[in-house]
Design a protein around this ligand. Structure first.
Ligand code: GLA
Length: 735
């Protein structure tokens, strides 16, 4: 390894003051500091902008300038390895963050530092903007770094603009560009990535990154996460981070369409991460003076393992990102799996009564309530015709909302407003509103096509579908927004630049959601996409919750929810008790309690004991839901590799906690052989451990008063085994 001290940068060392609104043109180092970390940019004497450091915050910020003297420094021509926003076509030979063709057809870009500005948004948030310009072309990029001090989260995005004499074409336009130096002597980066399919969301794979580029991406347009979600986890060091040890970086692209994350292990053993919109089939033409703003990419770094990183992300999401992240949620009864498309007013009237009997807040009417010429009796027809089906619902939605009210429950409804079945009046009336190739045969996904949200007329229509429901039914309390198809044959009948399609689709969708949220700021909405085909923080700014998967088999859900929990808070996870899986009702309910509880079972067919159990479970949930929704989440025992999985939630005051444990391996003799050590409690406090959510006729086998110290050092045995496959413990401070 060759070390080359950077004398030039040491001599020009000047630390930028983090003053509100300060404009400083000549700083050499630009530190972005959060409670535990620092991402430090460095302006080279030639005005290149580099990443000097990304790691634990140093006590003396003047020492960030010394990092270059001890790190392995690249030699020419690889100087651009740690560029803070890597241009292409000039001195960079690795994967670029940005590629453009100038108005004169030239493909080279160079970006040099011009100025920076720091704005303190509030006590927690600081926004750094850095202006870069090409010395030859009248082309500029502004980098944005929004840092969240307490949570150690940074959001990064960029704005691209030019004043050339003609249009510029953007071929690549990433949001974030990072450069990571591996931890300690043992260099290495481990990527935890996810793949999936319908009912198989968030399947993890963990591998050591090898040289070259690993790309995580999607090209599906809508339902974009069907095969791969836009999140990643990178451990730095000789082995993957564990829950409590190791340095780990989590990140994600806040974009509900095609995304791309490139992880490039460079020739100097450092990792470059370039993330943003996928530039696949998407060259974007930018007129002079117009601005192209990329979506944000978020990331968090922790040297205390995966648990700490995820608690920070979850807190950030609740406080800053997720709609109403610190608010309440509605428990519900959904009719999808109990009726599918086969229902009428009298069946629904019974279900409304069942909702009340069960004790949940709301009844959610799913797919199948609409369309008349081509009734929605299965998934072949009707999408697009959002008028209540007259034979199923002769008195419309309004009468159902009223009936719900008289039963003392709220009413919510399913929509899939971005989609159309070719067998629909909408398709007959507006064939040009549909995404399809004019000269090619239509190709369907779940017998449907996607509406062209790049077209403002279609945006108005989609807004109108949901707005109409609210204006006609003022007491409508909940929306489940579905999106079941991917985009085949991507083309718009109206878009001038077809290569803008994928980007403008998502922008169109966000415009609709913004309009809806301006008018209906708080109505809870579930983000669903044939299961978890659209879960990202771009969309979750408009939604209160997401649907992780159509797979509600509780055993599978333990794994799926476990992986989602690294990136998203429990309050956002809609978990329904259904008839999937072979586990007892209590097991299914306990799993669904680790998030926002709902039911999709036939209440009228439950045995008296089962009914008594679920009614009690809803009451128990109402008691503990505050801790699950707003508390810190600790993963105690991983379902992969252990026969018992355990998850814990602790409230902010460390006075209440809930621990869920499940048997996940049914081989002979498996169960909780050892105590599980709790986390996040106050060592000095005394806690009463009691078993809750018991099935009628069974009795508690675990309990007692212990100190937090004991529970964290020795633990408690939930006594999970084949006859007690799931156990919920409440751990409450004993005053
Ligand atoms: C998707 C959703 C389901 C259900 C159906 C209705 O598959 O994920 O929950 O709403 O659509 O068609």
């Amino acid at each position: 390894m060759k070390f080359k001290p950077r004398l030039t940068s040491l001599l020009s060392l000047f630390i930028a003051g983090m003053l509100p609104g300060a404009l400083i043109a000549q700083s050499s180092l630009i530190p972005i500091e959060t409670a535990s970390n620092a991402l430090v940019l460095r302006v080279e004497p030639n005005k290149d902008l580099r990443i000097a450091y990304f790691g634990k915050r140093l006590s003396r910020s003047d020492e960030y300038g010394l990092v270059a003297s001890v790190n392995h420094q690249p030699s020419d021509p690889s100087d651009e390895f740690n560029s803070a926003y890597t241009p292409s076509g000039s001195r960079n030979l690795l994967e670029p963050a940005i590629t453009v063709a100038h108005a004169d057809g030239n493909y080279s870009l160079d970006l040099r530092f011009v100025s920076q500005q720091v704005t303190k948004v509030n006590d927690d948030e600081t926004l750094l903007t850095v202006l870069l310009k090409d010395p030859v072309y009248d082309f500029e990029v502004t980098l944005y770094y929004k840092s969240y001090y307490k949570e150690d989260v940074i959001e990064q995005w960029s704005m691209i603009r030019h004043h050339e004499k003609g249009n510029v074409i953007l071929y690549k336009y990433a949001s974030a560009n990072l450069h990571l130096v591996s931890d300690g002597g043992a260099n290495g980066f481990w990527l935890r990535q996810y793949h999936g399919d319908w009912a198989k969301e968030m399947q993890p794979e963990e591998t050591r990154l090898t040289h070259g580029i690993k790309t995580l991406d999607t090209k599906l347009g809508t339902r974009a996460n069907l095969y791969q979600p836009p999140v990643f986890m990178v451990s730095l060091g000789s082995r993957p981070a564990t829950e409590d040890e190791g340095t780990v970086l989590y990140g994600g692209v806040e974009w509900s369409g095609n995304f791309r994350v490139d992880l490039e292990l460079d020739p100097q053993e450092n990792l470059r991460v370039i993330a943003g919109i996928n530039n696949y089939a998407s060259p974007y033409t930018l007129a002079p003076n117009d601005a192209f703003t990329t979506p944000a990419c978020w990331y968090v770094l922790s040297d205390k393992g995966k648990g700490d990183a995820s608690r920070k992300v979850q807190r950030w999401a609740r406080d800053r990102k997720l709609l109403d992240g610190n608010g309440n949620r509605l428990t519900l009864l959904n009719n999808w799996e109990s009726t599918y498309f086969d229902f009428n007013e009298s069946k629904l009237a019974d279900l409304l009564k069942d909702t009340k009997k069960l004790g949940v807040d709301l009844f959610l009417l799913d797919d199948g309530w609409f369309a008349n010429k081509y009734p929605r009796n299965d998934d072949h027809a009707g999408l697009g015709d959002w008028q209540p089906n007259r034979s199923k619902l002769p008195n419309g939605i309004a009468s159902l909302v009223k009936e719900a009210q008289s039963d003392g429950v709220k009413f919510g409804i399913w929509v899939e407003p971005e989609m159309v079945n070719p067998r629909s009046e909408l398709y007959e009336q507006h064939p040009d509103w549909v995404v399809k190739q004019p000269k090619r045969e239509e190709h369907y996904f779940r017998n449907q096509l996607v509406l062209d949200l790049t077209d403002p007329k279609v945006q108005d229509f989609v807004f109108g579908v949901v707005d109409g429901l609210f204006t006609q039914n003022r007491d409508l309390a909940y929306i489940k927004w579905d999106c079941n198809a991917v985009i085949f044959n991507a083309a718009s009948a109206t878009l001038k630049d077809q290569s803008h399609f994928y980007v403008d689709y998502v922008r169109g969708l966000y415009k609709v959601l913004e309009r809806l949220r301006a008018k209906y700021p708080k109505v809870p909405m579930m983000l669903c996409s044939g299961g978890g085909g659209r879960v990202d923080y771009g969309a979750l700014q408009y939604f209160t919750e997401y649907w992780p998967s159509d797979n509600t088999d509780p055993l599978e859900r333990i794994f799926i929810q476990w992986e989602y929990s690294y990136f998203y808070p429990a309050i956002a996870s809609s978990n329904h008790v259904t008839d999937w899986g072979k586990q007892p009702l209590k097991f299914r309910t306990d799993v669904a309690m680790m998030g926002k509880l709902g039911f999709d079972i036939v209440i009228s067919k439950l045995s008296p004991q089962d009914l008594e159990y679920v009614q009690g479970a809803v009451r128990t949930y109402n008691d503990i839901k505050g801790v699950v929704w707003h508390g810190d989440q600790y993963r105690l025992s991983d379902p992969s590799g252990n026969s018992v999985a355990s998850m814990q939630y602790v409230d902010e005051e460390k006075s209440r906690s809930v621990v869920f444990s499940y048997l996940v391996n049914y081989r002979y003799g498996t169960g909780s052989l050892l105590p599980v050590k709790l986390k996040g409690l106050d060592a000095a406090k005394k806690y009463r451990v009691s078993e809750i959510d018991l099935y009628p006729g069974t009795s508690s086998r675990v309990g007692g008063v212990y100190s937090g110290d004991f529970l964290m050092k020795v633990g408690i045995n939930p006594d999970v085994h084949q006859e007690r496959m799931s156990v919920v413990l409440s751990v409450n401070e004993e005053k």
